[in-house]
Ligand binder design. Structure first.
Ligand code: NAI
Length: 678
């Protein structure tokens, strides 16, 4: 019997079971039911082997996410896999594309596995807070050994066909799938014992405990890799049926976990952020040459990101010496990528061939896009765009990488303002994933669509922002820091706040992060904002005092902490702590103790409140866009989903109480978002 999505055909003494469930042949209910029927049909025949293959661009690339939050429907994938393995006719998986999750589990149940050389494999369930749920953690260690199975299932990344062949997970890697399978069945080897029936030797309980320590450290609060490790250990302790049962139970339990919900939210939030409403109807304009103005820290990183995406890049600097220095910065980044094995020598040569630098704007004449990354100074930036306006074609897209200036002021004198926008990269620009695409009221949908396409080519995660001080990310960072400073003044110390936020899952607390990146930029911003700041707003001067004392952070050997012998490890500094106590005393503040939880709640409340205001003001289209910004530009733990998701999951009413406390403690400094006040 054949279904729409799974058909069985008999040719000579072979059965071909073909899955056709576009776009990625996911293991939806129809596919599972189709496979269940197909196994029965094959078993009733007298063929010598059955080949499972897929139409379209890939073999089964995972589960059907649209069925995710619904109750599981029969037949379930673990049972289908067992049926494939137990069938009287041996199955061959003939694979191409990306063989992921349930697809890989189906393949593991087959007697043999053959793949095209370009195929990639993985068990990515940990990335959405799960473990494989159809025998992956039980069959894989039995096939490739516990150590490799842990690497594959706990990392959740993809592996090449060659690597899989070397591990023994594949029987053959071929250049042409049809021919390869045909040749294989001509000399069909003796049917091997089913993978589930093999034994899996344990590397010992000590090894597992070392791995647990290692994965705990590596996954920074995320639990799913540890669950995958547990499940693989069961494969060494119990028989297959018991291991499979436990794996399924853990899988079902994790599906409802807050971690899995947060990771799934992050996944969908990224997809949504890539297609904002503002690009609807926009056409992607062709871009071949990108001009980058300014070859400093950001300009060099942006150039490397553009070269990596295949664009030709021309950098313009102030003079010949600066142009040569910019060229050197780009070369240094590429060389370091080669050293780290991220880029081949040939790849570097190809990119350098496409790169040039000069101090002459006329060299930008053919570029379709210019990204400006010169000093953060309105007059300097306006001059740059005047020169670009003259040198480039009238339709060329003009972008500024400004952090805090108003793009509308920067483009005030430029013709065709619909081609102007902000492209706000994060440092280091060739590494950081986030790109804030900043629209002005005039920016056209075509220009926005082109920018989102550019981001995709550069492998960036893009989020659309309107104009406000600091755009989405830095404006939220400012609110977070402001609240942290209020707590310092009211009773906390930097090390307590940092420890609380690390414990929450941030890679660093706000004060150690400031020391790492330097205190000057935020200081300059606060000075700039001084004239427009509401005089009634509570303003804690501690950061300014540190800057006055030239305590600029790690680079000056001291900031919120002190640093010894060029070491990056922050050491509590009595001088700073005394300064804080003195500040509180001078302000007549009776210092109070803040628990770790209060610190976390208050900082997340401040962050989420600002995020909600950003949405309410129309700066971001959705709260999930705000989450994307914090996840990819500011190290917010992905397994918490982002501040907006976290607050929503934990309970908006809870956070409303915290926000009310924050407001009561620092009146005139906050505006409660409608999201909280409704
Ligand atoms: P930088 O000081 O390292 O580089 C600026 C470069 O611009 C220098 O090489 C300078 O010679 C060049 N330049 C100055 N005037 C010029 C002109 N008229 N024509 C051509 N080149 C000129 O500064 P950085 O850090 O690269 O920042 C550049 C821009 O990127 C600023 O607007 C900054 O706010 C923004 N930005 C910086 C981030 C960071 O973390 N450093 C992050 C995101 C944005």
């Amino acid at each position: 019997m054949s279904s729409d999505v799974v058909r069985v055909e008999f040719k000579n003494d072979l059965a071909y079971v073909t899955i056709n469930n576009p776009p990625v042949n996911a293991t939806s209910t129809a596919v599972r039911a189709g496979l269940h029927e197909a196994v029965k049909t094959v078993a009733a025949s007298s063929v010598k082997a059955a080949i499972i293959q897929c139409e379209g661009r890939t073999f089964v690339a995972g589960g059907d996410i649209t069925e995710f939050d619904k109750p599981p429907m029969e037949p379930q994938l673990p049972d289908v896999c067992d049926e494939i393995e137990a069938c009287s006719v041996p199955f061959i998986a003939a694979m191409h594309g990306t063989v992921l999750g349930g697809g890989f589990e189906v393949a593991l149940a087959c007697a043999w596995r053959i793949a095209l050389g370009s195929t990639r494999f993985g068990l990515p369930e940990v990335n959405i807070g799960l473990i494989p749920g159809a025998g992956g953690t039980q069959r894989l260690p039995r096939l490739v050994g516990v150590e490799k199975a842990v690497e594959i299932a706990c990392l959740g990344t993809m592996f090449s066909a060659d690597k899989m062949l070397a591990l023994g997970a594949l029987d053959q890697v071929v250049e042409n799938l049809e021919d390869g399978v045909f040749a294989f069945v001509q000399n069909l080897p003796q049917r091997p014992i089913g993978v589930s029936q093999r034994s899996s030797a344990s590397p010992g309980s000590e090894w597992f405990s070392e791995q647990r320590t290692m994965w705990t450290k590596k996954s920074k609060g995320q639990q799913s890799p540890l669950h995958a490790l547990d499940a693989i250990e069961w494969a060494t302790q119990t028989d297959f049926a018991e291991g499979l049962k436990r794996e399924r139970e853990r899988f079902m339990q994790l599906k409802g976990s807050s971690e899995s919900k947060a990771l799934r939210h992050a996944f969908f939030a990224e997809r949504k952020a890539a297609k904002p409403e503002a690009i609807a109807g926009g056409t992607v304009l062709p871009i071949n040459i990108v001009a980058v103005i300014g070859g400093g820290l950001m300009g060099a990183g942006i150039s490397v990101a553009a070269l990596g995406a295949g664009y030709q890049v021309h950098m313009v600097e102030r003079d010949a010496a600066a142009a040569a220095a910019g060229m050197q910065r780009v070369t240094d980044i590429l060389e370091s990528s080669v050293k780290r094995g991220k880029l081949s020598e040939t790849g570097m040569a190809v990119q350098l061939e496409k790169f040039s630098s000069s101090s002459d704007y006329a060299d930008c004449a053919d570029a379709e896009l210019a990204v400006e990354a010169v000093f953060e100074d309105l007059i300097v930036k306006c001059d740059v765009f005047k020169s670009l306006d003259k040198a480039m074609k009238p339709g060329a897209i003009l972008a500024t990488n400004t952090s805090y200036l108003d793009p509308q002021a920067i483009f005030a004198d430029i013709g065709n303002p619909e081609r102007c926008l902000g492209l706000h990269f994060f440092s280091p620009a060739h590494i950081m994933k986030l790109l804030e695409i900043v629209k002005t009221p005039q920016t056209s949908a075509d220009v926005l669509a082109t920018s989102f396409d550019l981001a995709k080519k550069m492998r960036k995660v893009a989020a659309l922002s309107g104009i406000c001080d600091g755009f989405i990310g830095n404006r939220m960072l400012a609110a977070y820091r402001r609240q942290a400073d209020y707590m310092l003044a009211d009773g906390a110390l930097p090390f307590e706040i940092d420890a609380a936020m690390r414990d929450f899952g941030m890679p660093m607390g706000p004060y150690e992060l400031q020391d790492l990146t330097g205190l000057q930029i935020a200081w300059a911003t606060r000075k700039r904002q001084a004239a427009t700041r509401d005089p009634k707003e509570r303003y804690v001067t501690l950061g300014d005092q540190l800057c006055d004392m030239e305590r600029f952070g790690q680079r000056s050997g001291k900031g919120w902490y002190r640093y010894e012998d060029g070491n990056r490890k922050p050491i509590r500094d009595e001088a700073v702590e005394e300064l804080i106590m003195k500040y509180s005393a001078n302000q007549n503040i009776k210092r109070q103790a803040f628990s770790k939880e209060t610190i976390q709640y208050r900082l997340i409340a401040a962050l989420a409140n600002e995020g909600a205001l950003i949405v309410e003001e129309g700066i971001a289209e959705t709260r999930s866009d705000v989450d994307v910004v914090k996840l990819h530009g500011y190290g917010f733990p992905r397994w918490r989903g982002g501040p907006m998701h976290f607050v929503e999951q934990t309970g908006i009413t809870d956070f409303k109480v915290h926000m009310a406390e924050i407001i009561a403690q620092s009146p005139n400094s906050w505006r409660m978002a409608n999201w909280f006040s409704n």
